[in-house]
Design a protein around this ligand. Structure first.
Ligand code: FAD
Ligand code: GLY
Length: 377
């Protein structure tokens, strides 16, 4: 274990994708940054994710979250090259498109409205009838009623993206301390002064809480009752000799299939509310298998690969918290990215870094901490 040096410009609590992205952007601006992670980099939600960059499939209405997501999505092509050039990490960015399918006529009617809305952002998005879907992806059951085709949609390997951000941050001088749990904040005269960790004190004029689903509990100590809730998601993956889907197939928020570059197909995910329990259950996986084989019958003959799960950080109103603490100067939060933390990580890193150097983007006003928090002390 490396000894903690005492003074930094910024201490980031949490080595998930958001902590790593923020560290990268801040150290690029010349800040002396430390990430404090209680276990290992990307050990929680950020390695469990499917890695979809599914702004249009996941977010169905115009608003600040959609704007944030669209902006972040557009950053990936350049980011992928930038991280590879800096670190040699290939984030496995694939942009082969997505089919969001409707399994019933009622869902098809709704999805056709979505196509019209989403065409405002990408004119290439279109509706496909059932026979067109069969031509494009023959493995999909012909019983689907049609679907929205998003030719520009993509995905990444989330753990590699986290590693890429972290290595790029190190390239610019950041330090990363794993197995270092932050136990409490150091406060003085209305200002944060650092944190107390399981390996000693860290002094810094700015502290960022990027602890994902654990942020609510953690922030209580700062007097803020931040409504952040855990939502467990279980996944499994299969491998096939010959790839039988080429694009991401998204049925609804509880069934999607993502063909990864290594030949695995990730199949997710359950949504189990209010639990930090990280067991993968036979019932969870059985439900996923049933949904996925209904959509793509051939799945039942594929080779089983693995199962896993992670805890998504959900918030009371579905929007992330990105901003400064209303009472303690220098204390910032970036959490609550729920189902879209991988997609939102590039923009989160950029906007938080800008915020810390005094440039608050107007996009952030919807994500402030004080929008419906209660002071508990
Ligand atoms: P986390 O990755 O949870 O990181 C928080 C870190 O803080 C952890 O490493 C934890 O150990 C650390 N920590 C906590 N407390 C302390 C402490 N006291 N001291 C030090 N460290 C601490 N998003 C997408 O965009 N696309 C997808 O396809 C997608 N699929 C998903 C599928 C599943 C099954 C799940 C579960 C999530 C999915 N997500 C997806 C959501 C995405 O994974 C999350 O939104 C994102 O990973 C959250 O990242 P984070 O850095 O905020 O939190
Ligand atoms: N965005 C996919 C999931 O959270 O399961």
């Amino acid at each position: 274990m490396n000894q903690l040096c005492h003074s930094y410009d910024v201490a980031i609590i949490g080595g998930g994708i958001n902590g790593a992205s923020i560290a990268y952007q801040l150290s690029k601006l010349g800040k002396k940054v430390i990430i404090l992670e209680k276990e290992g980099l990307a050990c929680q939600a950020s390695s469990a994710a499917a890695g979809m960059l599914a702004a249009q499939a996941e977010i169905e209405q115009e608003g600040p979250l959609f704007q944030l997501a669209i902006k972040s999505q557009s950053m990936f092509p350049e980011l992928s090259n930038e991280l590879f050039d800096l670190t040699g990490v290939d984030i496995e960015f694939v942009q082969k498109g997505m089919l969001k399918v409707a399994e019933t006529d009622e869902i098809a009617t709704e999805l056709k409205k979505q196509v019209i809305f989403q065409q405002n952002w990408d004119s290439k998005i279109q509706w496909l009838d059932s026979w067109e879907i069969s031509e494009m992806e023959p493995a999909i059951s012909p019983s689907v009623a049609g679907g929205m085709y998003l030719p520009n949609d993509g995905h990444v390997q989330p753990e590699k993206l986290t590693q890429g951000f972290a290595k790029a941050a190190i390239h610019y001088g950041a330090e990363i301390h794993e197995n270092t749990e932050v136990l409490s904040f150091l406060f003085e005269n209305g200002q944060v002064k650092g944190v107390k960790t399981s390996n000693g004190l860290v002094h810094s004029e700015q502290v960022i809480v990027a602890t994902g689903a654990w942020a609510g509990r953690f922030m209580q100590e700062s007097g803020l009752d931040l409504p952040v809730f855990p939502v467990k998601g279980e996944c499994f993956s299969i491998k096939t000799d010959v790839p039988f889907i080429n694009r991401t197939i998204f049925s609804d928020k509880r069934c999607y299939l993502v063909p990864k570059r290594n030949g695995e197909i990730y199949i997710g995910a359950t949504m189990i509310e209010d639990t930090f329990d990280d067991k993968v259950t036979p019932q969870g996986i059985a439900t996923l298998i049933e949904r996925a084989t209904h959509l793509i019958p051939k799945i039942k003959d594929a080779a089983w690969e693995r199962v896993w799960c992670g805890i998504r950080p959900q918030t009371g109103d579905g929007l992330p918290y990105i901003g400064e603490h209303p009472e303690w100067k220098g204390l910032f939060v970036a959490t609550g990215h729920f189902r879209n933390g991988i997609l939102l990580s590039p923009i989160t890193g950029k906007l938080v870094a800008d915020l810390l150097v005094g440039n608050q983007d107007s996009l952030l006003s919807a994500f402030q901490l004080e929008r419906h928090t209660e002071t508990v002390i």
